[in-house]
Design a protein around this ligand. Sequence first.
Ligand code: ZN
Length: 421
Amino acid sequence: MNICKCFQCNTCGTQIDCRIGMSNRDVQPFQFACPQCEERISFVFGTQNGELTGASEVEDFKGPFTGANPFVDLHLDFPAYYGEYQMGMTTFLRVTRELGQAGYQHLNQRLTMLNVLYPLEKELRSTITQYKRGDIENFSKTCVKIPGVALKSRKKQDVLAALFTSTSVMSSPFTIHEHNSEISSKSSELFMWLHQQHRDKTIHFVEEILGNNFLKNLHNDCLSLYPKLVSMDLPFRPAFFYDYADTEHLGQIPARLSTADFEACSNFYKDLAEVFARQLTFLAGVNNLIKRGDSDLFESTMKVTKAQKVRPELESLNSFANVDLGSKLAFIDDCFYRVDMNAVDNKLRNGIAHYKYEYKESTQTVTYYPSKEGMSREKYHEISFMAFIRKSLLLFREIHSVNHIMKAALFYCVLVLDKEI
Ligand SMILES: [Zn+2]
């Protein structure tokens, strides 16, 4: 169903024609910028008062649109396109045409699941809080509120299983199921293989990352990202579309989100990048074990620079941990886990972290300045808000995948080595 409305901007008086495609989410908050003056206009469907801000509705408006006013297409579940109004050519119609029946149905299943799951964000948050506190009594009460989660006993392995089911179920609309199950089974096989091939050094690695709390802290940091993700379901919804469509030209497609603004989402990418950078330390350790039978041993040619100077940061895994995200990947030789490079953008991360970016809401364009240029700002990169959200989604998936490998490490500690985690 589509609703057509005409709004008048409170700031500049411009009249804006607006077509709103309805989704099945119970509450539907929309937001866009006045194409004339950039003022934010927002309203909500599914609540009592509608909460229209930034504009007023033109009361005597009678359709159809004539093309005299700027036009905005909105839909929470799909990318909406900029452009001229075409009667009947709704976002929904365009999406179903582009994806075909099978693609659309699969996408729709995930959106439906998200409609059911997103209201359980608080339950997920409590489950994680109680796990971190080690309060199994409260944990047992909260985790079972999430569909598909059961706690068999208070044993550590059952608590871990319930925890991982909670985060997996709650993030399932955001991730790719087949990929998750593959990495999950391969990771446990990997630790069994390491236990047979490099027993002493594998135990040494695990004891090191348990002893300095690295594994526990990293795991806790990963966990915190899940409720944040679920609480941001609105901006992520339209990015699912690109799992089915051609993403090669995503940067050039003027696709827009119909809700939320960049500021509200930028920190999440920064958080994801921070956690992923720490996960790379874990991955490097495992990779070193696989390749050279020692988690501290980096590939020998990498340990010196071209000028034959020793790189102190590759002397051990502990010193590698201080390397920043941009350089870390280059020091992991032929990583056993293939990182999706579309997800990682250190320049973007730096632009956000150093608060050097501008966001134009009417065109949803982010301009960021990652270079150190003294007082000036000249070298810039641009990314659309949609491409940015897509990147955040891909980076979350990377973290979720590595979390599966960490899960295998945790189960290895509990089940094989009988260690406290
Ligand atoms: Zn305006």
